[in-house]
Design a protein. Structure first.
Length: 296
């Protein structure tokens, strides 16, 4: 088995069916140094219990998924969504403190889709801006970065009205980079002709909070949410995207986040071994080349 690159982090979604303790143990046993967690798993173990398990694992904490989903009109539902995001900020800060040195207090934010019965896409994005204005000061006070994740446009109606890196950066621009950053996820942004300029801008503004990788292959699954693949099993050019992210100054963990039923149905150790192999051959090799070019 290939030794994992030190910057590889496994997003817990890749081994979705493993309970938190098992996921942490399997990741550590695979030699992977970091992990990104999901809130349902953390809450199932309790925040205190999850923090203890994370500390005991010796793993770095790279992100918490997820906050957001606040594209609803003002009222009880929106207040509940905002309160849940405040809870997520607290969870992120606690887990980052519990992780190994180098852990990142990053809360991945999925904006939410168009409100039910509406066709007002621009208005939904305005709701995101308003939510950030309310939450950013609290996140910054807690030492947490709200990381806006643009999702592929096929998710604009139901999951994320932020579809491009430029849109995410424009929404983040009124706030400190310490409070609001962006996620660059290859599955969602690989197609964007403005991606190189967006990555360069994100680097200049200091807003790259997370870099996530997986591959895109067709035909898509019937449930398009489950269409992610191991790096190297699809059409994404990881060389150019990784080089751009490195040139932009990002030096943090790189998460492999895969939603794929076939992968979920394999044993965690098998999925992690394939992840390491795919990451080494398609991402880590470019990290080393860029590191040499940049004198790192």
């Amino acid at each position: 088995m290939t030794a994992p690159d030190g910057r590889l982090s496994i997003n817990q979604a890749t081994i979705k069916y493993a309970p938190l303790g098992e996921a942490l143990a399997a990741t550590a046993n695979a030699g992977i140094a970091g992990i990104g967690l999901w809130r349902d798993s953390v809450q199932a173990a309790s925040l205190t219990g999850a923090a203890r398990l994370l500390t005991d694992s010796g793993l770095r904490f790279s992100s918490l998924c997820r906050g957001g989903f606040f594209t609803v009109p003002e009222g009880r539902a929106r207040r509940a969504a905002m309160d849940d995001n405040r809870k997520a900020i607290e969870e992120t800060a606690t887990l980052a403190a519990a992780g190994a040195p180098g852990s990142a207090a990053v809360l991945v934010m999925v904006a939410g889709g168009i409100p039910q019965g509406s066709r007002d896409l621009a208005g939904a994005r305005s709701m995101v801006q308003d939510a950030l204005a309310e939450l950013a000061p609290e996140a910054q006070a807690a030492g947490v970065t709200l990381a806006l994740e643009p999702l592929h446009p096929m998710y604009a109606s139901d999951r994320a009205v932020i579809s491009t890196l430029k849109q995410a950066l424009d929404l983040a621009s009124p706030f400190s980079p310490a409070a609001v950053g962006v996620v660059i996820d290859t599955f969602h942004v690989w197609w964007d002709p403005e991606l190189p300029a967006g990555i360069a801008r994100a680097g200049t503004e200091g807003r790259i909070a997370s870099y996530q990788v997986c591959d895109w292959a067709t035909p898509l699954a019937a449930d398009v949410l489950l269409s992610r693949h191991y790096p190297g099993d699809g059409v994404i050019d990881f060389r150019s995207i990784t080089a751009a992210v490195e040139a932009a100054g990002y030096t943090g963990d790189i998460e492999v986040e895969i939603f794929n039923q076939e992968i979920w149905d394999t044993a965690p150790a098998t999925a992690l071994a394939r992840t390491v192999e795919g990451f080494e051959a398609n991402v880590a090799v470019h990290l080393r080349r860029m590191g040499a070019d940049l004198g790192r």
